[in-house]
Ligand binder design. Sequence first.
Ligand code: ADP
Ligand code: MG
Length: 654
Amino acid sequence: MKLRPMLELRGASRRHGDFDSGVQALQATDLTLHAGTLVAITGPSGSGKSTLLNLLGLLDTPSAGSYRVAGHHTDNLDAEALALLRREYFGFVFQRYQLLPHLSALENVELPASYAGVDAQQRRRQALAMLERVGLAHRARHRPAALSGGEQQRVALARALVNGAPVLLADEPTGALDRAAGRALMDLLLELQMAGRTIVVVTHDPAVAAYAERVIEMQDGRIVADRSQRRSAHLAPAGAIRSARPVRRRRVQRTLRERVLELARMALPALAGHPLRTALTMLGVIIGTASVVGIDAIGAGAQEHIRQTVGALAGRQIEVRRGHDWGDPKAASVHTLAQPDFDLLSGLDYLDAVSPLTETAVRLRRGRFDEAATVNSVGTDFLRARGIGLADGRNLMPLDVEGAERVALIDQASRRRLFEIWEEPVGATLLVGKVPFVIVGVTDARTQDQFSSRGLNVVVPYTTGAAVLSGRPWFDTIVARLRPGVGNRLAETAITRQLLISHGSQDFFTHNLDTVAETVARTTQTTSLMLSLIGAIALLVGGIGVMNIMLVSVVERTREIGVRLAVGGHPGDILAQFLSEAILVCTLGGGAGVVLAFGMAPLLSHFVQDWNMSFTLAAVLKALLVAVLTGLAFGWLPAWRASRLPPVQALAAL
Ligand code: ADP
Ligand code: MG
């Protein structure tokens, strides 16, 4: 019978360490192994047996020479391609079993099938069948620590076989077992060979080597003897020879949701294993996301506040002021903003309500009351332009303006300060400065914010104001309200052009943020800025914390990474595993941060006394997204490092 070469090593050598101080663990070696044989590699310790076996199993690559697996060239393949071949062709059994301690026997056996993309039910069945085959079905739920050495090694064997790999590589598989357990294992290997598997066993035990049909002896990195032997008859397996058919794997396309769930299921125990460490790691992320939620809640609360107080008017007001800009020192000497401008703007059809506005500081007197206040000298459309409501009495009328009547509206604040609760202000007389005015109306408390001045406010006809209070006919400001559907910017440009023509120079400026929005924006800005700063710093510190802990975790779990690579995990799988741990930590931290933000709302509200914070679902989602991105950003480096570990070195780690 012509045997097909399964593994072919040509002139392969392996040097460990650097050029002058390194060790030549394997000299240029040729070796051909055929499918279906059981081969033993023997030799003294340090002779290069493990090095050779690792090269055969693609856990390591030769420094020179070439290697073919079932005809596939392996030279110059990248880590992913090597991992793919390794998963396809090899199962490993190690002297120290290399089971993952936090997984049950069954879960350990399932691992390679999981990496191979077999769905959960199918791989559970396969793993159970394999455990049954090695006689351990009754121990499936036990952790490795609860199993004897022989049992652990049989679990490791089941794991090596579950994907139906045609080649089994075993490095001193009986080295840690007693005689009986060693025999039991070798009987299993023999049975597997009869079923068609190719098996390579490294051993220095002659009793183990006696099972092989071919014994290769090594010394100082060379093959010094290679002989075929007749197996003694008593070693033939007692049971019937089983079918050579390897386990069929059914590959299914897993959905994204299944894959995410699986990664989460893998990541959770790793985090739960170190609860305190995990909690401390999360701290920065918690504070960071709480800030993100807080910023949003304050912003949303401010919007709500604006909407309630200004209503549809928000952003629909335009003002024309004297001077070049805010704080222009020459503004006071500009006298050109006057009646002609008011007439001009009143005639524009895209403006709905236009009114002059001159503010004068005065004292209000009534009986024993004496209060500082601001007089707003305005036209009849002022209340409408500003969106100020009337609570009592009437608005100013055209006749009041034409006749410069001494009539006034007072605001709620003035009403409270100048009148007893039972007194009726409308019809009463009030001294504004030295001039008596009759109160004709009281404005609404809810729209109080629309006055520019925070103190007491009185509203009088601008003609009266000019005659008896300010003594000047020009205005500080002209306020106007845009007609619905008119663009803010467009209106401003048009107004500027019109006034420029009549003034001949730009001694005025326009401004369109209404006063409430302005103060709200100011308060929101400082608070948000503070929170943003806290949030950014916390997220940075938290992210670095996550990165730091993940780096430690990678070092701690180097062996685990090696095992995962040996049982069919790809570098991409390792990357995904560590990245999902980082993301999970951050997402949990984000969740806690959201809870914290809700809990701290009363404290934060302190900064923004005027309105409530308003939590939105969008803010919560945004905070969680920020948390996930933090995990992604800061988990990347550790995960990437984990995925780049060379399998042999990772496996050798303590
Ligand atoms: P065996 O399995 O036959 O005991 P090994 O293949 O493990 O031998 O090792 C062969 C030689 O290579 C030994 O001298 C060992 O010290 C050396 N060696 C193995 N691995 C490394 C390594 N990662 N770095 C440096 N030297 C190594
Ligand atoms: Mg060895």
